[in-house]
Write a protein that binds this ligand. Structure first.
Ligand SMILES: [Zn+2]
Length: 477
């Protein structure tokens, strides 16, 4: 009796499992076939039209609230391939100033999945961008003659000051790679390129909205689907306030006209960059609108490299601007006191090694050595430190300590400015010299020119400016 009861119970349990599994299967099947089909329907079918609603991009202000970058409307011609009926191509081409050949080429490009990963005959596709106001007017007037075409309003940038191009960056149309990386973007969308526009893209761009429109059996738009139940409003991009003083920037750029180089000014108390100039530079409006591609190519090919942001992307031997770092290291390591003198007889002379210098009094302690930018002083200091085996045990140990002091002063690594593409410069380490000269086959005299910021040392103008800020802050940056 008891046995039978258990068996019956077990049957119920097994039966129950089977029922639950069956239910799970049914739900899953329903999801797969019914729900997804329905979803696909609403996304892709002729009954609905999803239109992107573009938010306004964030505005860029300088530190004093001066308007630097703002928006201007731009108009693109979009088509929904499925909705296109026969139309007068000549009439269309005349309205928007393109040739029939252009039109065919654009249509072919649009269908090319490699160029346009988002291609679908049911969804809006970009045909033409940046209509001039005349073209916009002409096309708007006769748009009813071109079923399947509509005009999409977008945002382009406008600049209040003709400067700071390399800091601000610009916006460009997304490339297929951008769309693959981030599905947020669709063909014809814009994104920040270089500069602040790139770094703060996610804040500036806001969030696109969608408008879901419904069609009747003949494909005519009947208005919003369920009174906008599926619409999503666009969320405007966030505004940005720069640390830059745009008038100081403009002034510094005016000083650099016809020169090559960079200017960086940092507010030591906060580390804010007040101006960051690279020269030669370019007019930011060159990279706005329909001529952007041509202008960009010209800038790319320009041998003076106006697109290079020399302030953060060019590295130079820092030369004499580097000498304070050496004085500080020697003091920190107890190699010198402020009154320790070193001789200079038109240079640093040791056996056959000579590093030249200009005429001035000798010997000199630290302050007048900095004042006269004495090469010999800093060479003697380096030698006194790197070759001091009694203190450090070996050249390698001493050099490692020297290098760590350099890194602590902001050299050899990126400082981390919020602009893309910063270079780290170069400070050699023990391995570097071991590889070059052989383990134990080099000493201070082998690498003496690094004491005066030459030899292998490379630094960005930003790093050099940062040194001044560090000194002004008595050691902090
Ligand atoms: Zn000297």
């Amino acid at each position: 009796m008891r046995k039978d009861y258990n068996l019956a119970k077990r049957q119920y349990v097994i039966g129950g499992f089977i029922v639950i599994i069956a239910i799970i299967y049914v739900i899953r099947l329903f999801n797969l076939q019914v729900m997804e089909a329905k979803y696909k329907d609403s996304a892709d079918s002729n009954a609905f039209l999803r239109k992107a609603v573009y938010p306004s991009r964030g505005i860029i202000y300088d530190r004093d609230g001066r308007l630097v970058v703002y928006n201007q409307p731009a108009y693109d011609v979009m088509i929904i391939p499925r909705d296109i009926r026969e139309f007068d191509t000549i009439d269309f081409c005349n309205a928007v100033n393109i040739t029939p050949g252009d039109l065919v080429r654009r249509m072919t490009d649009m269908r090319d999945k490699r160029r346009n990963p988002g291609w679908s005959p049911y969804s809006p596709q970009k045909l033409l961008s940046h209509l001039s106001s005349e073209e916009y007017g002409r096309l708007q007037e006769k748009l009813y003659r071109f079923p399947g075409f509509y005009i999409q309003k977008r945002i382009l940038r406008e600049y209040n000051y003709n400067c700071a191009s390399n800091v601000l960056g610009n916006i460009r149309e997304v490339a297929p790679a951008d769309m693959e990386k981030d599905p947020y973007y669709m063909r014809g969308d814009y994104m920040g390129d270089i500069g602040v526009e790139h770094t703060y893209e996610r804040f500036l761009r806001g969030v696109k909205g969608t408008e879901v429109l419904m069609r009747d059996a003949l494909g005519r738009i009947q208005g919003r689907y369920e009174d906008g139940a599926l619409d999503r409003e666009a969320i405007a991009g966030k505004n940005i306030k720069l640390s830059l003083d745009i008038e100081l920037q403009q002034y510094a750029e005016s000083l650099m006209v016809n020169k090559k180089g960079a200017v960086v000014a940092i507010e030591p108390s906060t580390g804010e960059v007040l101006c960051l100039v690279t020269a030669p530079t370019y007019d930011p409006t060159l990279l706005v609108g329909r001529e952007r591609g041509n202008n960009y190519n010209k800038l790319m090919q320009d041998l003076d490299k106006p697109l290079l942001n020399r302030a953060i992307q060019a590295t130079y031997p820092p030369g004499s601007t580097f000498k304070p770092t050496q004085g500080l290291i020697y003091l920190q390591e107890g190699i010198i006191t402020p009154s320790t003198p070193f001789p200079c007889y038109h240079g640093f002379i040791l056996g056959r090694l000579k590093v030249g210098c200009h005429g001035h009094g000798s010997p000199l302690p630290l302050k007048p050595a900095l004042q006269t930018s004495c090469n010999a002083y800093f060479c003697w200091g380096l030698r006194a430190m790197i070759d001091k085996k009694s203190k450090y045990g070996s050249v390698a140990n001493a050099f490692e300590i020297w290098k760590n002091h350099m890194v602590a002063q902001g050299y050899g690594y990126k400082l981390g400015i919020d602009l893309p593409g910063e270079y780290r410069g170069f400070i050699p380490n023990v391995e570097y010299y071991n590889k070059r000269y052989g383990d134990g086959h080099w000493s201070a005299t082998t690498v003496i020119s690094i004491a005066i910021g030459q030899g292998e040392i490379l630094a960005t103008p930003l790093q050099i400016a940062n040194l001044s800020a560090t000194i002004a802050n008595r050691g902090h940056y």
